[in-house]
Design a binder for this molecule. Sequence first.
Ligand SMILES: NC(=O)c1ccc[n+]([C@@H]2O[C@H](COP(=O)([O-])OP(=O)(O)OC[C@H]3O[C@@H](n4cnc5c(N)ncnc54)[C@H](OP(=O)(O)O)[C@@H]3O)[C@@H](O)[C@H]2O)c1
Length: 286
Amino acid sequence: MKRILVTGGNGQLARCINDVVSSVAEYEFIFANSYDLDITNKAQINTFFEQNLFDYCINCAAYTAVDKAENDYEKAFIVNALGAEYLANACKKKGVILIHISTDFVFDGKKISSYEERDAANTINVYGASKLKGEQLIQENLSQYFIIRTSWLYSEYGANFLKTMLRLGNEKEELNVVSDQIGSPTYAKNLAKVILKIIETESNNYGVYHYSDRGKTSWCGFAQAIFEEAKINIELNPIKTAAYPTPAKRPPFSVLCTAKISEVFDIEISYWKDSLKVAIKTLNKD
Ligand SMILES: NC(=O)c1ccc[n+]([C@@H]2O[C@H](COP(=O)([O-])OP(=O)(O)OC[C@H]3O[C@@H](n4cnc5c(N)ncnc54)[C@H](OP(=O)(O)O)[C@@H]3O)[C@@H](O)[C@H]2O)c1
């Protein structure tokens, strides 16, 4: 039986993985939260890997507070870069395959067509820089890795754009949302299924991959689709990024090209609005 460690076990993606794999009997998933396994604690990682045998490690642990990271440079790098390196080294020592999650924020957003894996990264905020450093440290230290860059994750878990919009939609009569940042909303459960598929195929096509749901929109377009689907009546005003200043700059365009992952792992990718329907239905059931 394959044993799979999931770090950052309380986070949004890890909880989606937990849901997706709960019906899969042939694998044993071990979910470690930040207390059980702090990825910035080298000694704790080494002990954990000495005491448990794993075939895969899915690194869902990350410093994800994009704006906070601007004034918390050190912490962001310790978690997203050094933590990734420690895991890569532990994986190398024990022959474990690392599946690491990265971000569309490794790009500056100046492209006008979707970003391919071979496009040059160029970060414009601390979070993106720390995640890119994490990718590089994994690549320098390990050969058996899958780095999956994804974008605009949402789900029924944690704090995310979908849940924020549903809350604000019930509190407010009018809302301004940025309409000049374009990306692909991605249901974290779909990414969880893709990760499981990679494990199931036992592939050794290691490397960097892009995964998001299909299609693109702006944050305002995403909000509009949420309100339509949830039947929330609210006046939605599209605004420019300049009118909504944030500590961290965002790439104006961060659509990822998903052709490689789709071809290599034979994955059919859902259109983002269809995924959103599923997520809202699931939320309404809970
Ligand atoms: N969310 C997005 O829109 C998005 C977009 C693109 C890429 N990503 C990437 O996708 C991955 C999953 O994101 P997510 O949305 O699931 O994030 P999340 O909900 O913020 O979860 C991150 C988890 O990491 C844990 N963590 C933080 N520091 C840790 C440490 N030192 N050791 C162990 N665990 C630690 C946190 O635990 P505590 O709560 O206990 O601190 C949290 O449970 C991340 O790599 C992120 O960079 C996310």
